[in-house]
Design a protein around this ligand. Sequence first.
Ligand code: F6R
Ligand code: MG
Ligand code: MG
Length: 365
Amino acid sequence: MDHITLSVIKADVGGFVGHSSVHDELIEEAEDRLEAAVKEDIIVDFHVTACGDDLQLIMTHRKGVDHPDIHRLAWETFEACTEVAERLKLYGAGQDLLADAFSGNVKGMGPGVAEMEFTERPSEPVLIFMADKTSAGAWNLPLYRMFADPFNTAGLVISPAMHEGFRFEVHDVKESKRVFFDTPEELYDLLVFIGAPGRYAVKAVYTKKGEIAAVSSTQRLSLIAGRYVGKDDPVCIVRSQGEFPAVGEVLEPFTMPHIVEGWMRGSHYGPLMPVPLYHATPSRFDGPPRVVSLGFQIAGGRLVGPRDMFDDPGFDEARRLCNVIADHFRRHGPFEPHRLPMEEMEYTTLPQVMEKLSGRWEAIP
Ligand code: F6R
Ligand code: MG
Ligand code: MG
């Protein structure tokens, strides 16, 4: 009975106001649906929340990852919330539901998914990270810091439970291939790939004994749709303490606001700002990109919590630095490196403008 699956499935099904947050009525609708699913024994427990314009369904159950019952529940919940969004004329209602009908698994249909199955330890602290206005791959740097950087994670050096290091599963999101790297042995090989987060994303991290430590959503909306339909706004689950990094080691990477792609129209680089839930409402230039972290203790599948982990003055300097960096990037206006490089703009609104002007280009005499 202590074997549990933790699923985080998210979608943007309508923003309030614009793309800046989720309306309470969507949260209530999702809670009603998931409450009914608890009564029907489909899930054990749930917590509904939002980061920016993304509705987040955090669920525990006993069905394992990729289970059609769970994915159907999430899909139907998003559909029901889309109806609410349509009634309130919220912005971009149903934005991330890219398919007309559910077909067994929400992956490839728009929503982002991070799921892990494990046997509950005597005490099971987990941290769930949710980001808005950025893409899959945004977790590469923080996951590297948590699980492979001794300057971040003291336990890699001084805890016998972590000293042997971790194993990273990296996905090539364009070619649908994966590769595993052992750290610290293959650190430099790992960094060759995950330093390019637009293409290579850390999907999961394991202990050397094969125990799941972290998992992220790697769905890239633009690759699914073939055009820009909103940013991926990824999620990530990290187990903590004991053989895993301590809570503080898991959170520490976010004191360095790293630069991610996303922000306005999904077409700009900017710093990822760690915020409490009540500040997960990106409005300045539709940003800057946000990340929230909710902590839970899992007890027999029950989600005890959440604690709003970035609601801590310890992150004030990171937020201040984000604003300084954001100001500087904004001063670049439509110039790179604030605007994404040309190749990355392939899936944004730029192709239409290029198309319109294609006939006006002439050879230089
Ligand atoms: C970025 C985002 C927003 C929108 C922008 C334009 O992920 O959601 O920055 O891209 O507000 O939105 P539309 O094209 O819907 O008017
Ligand atoms: Mg939106
Ligand atoms: Mg969003």
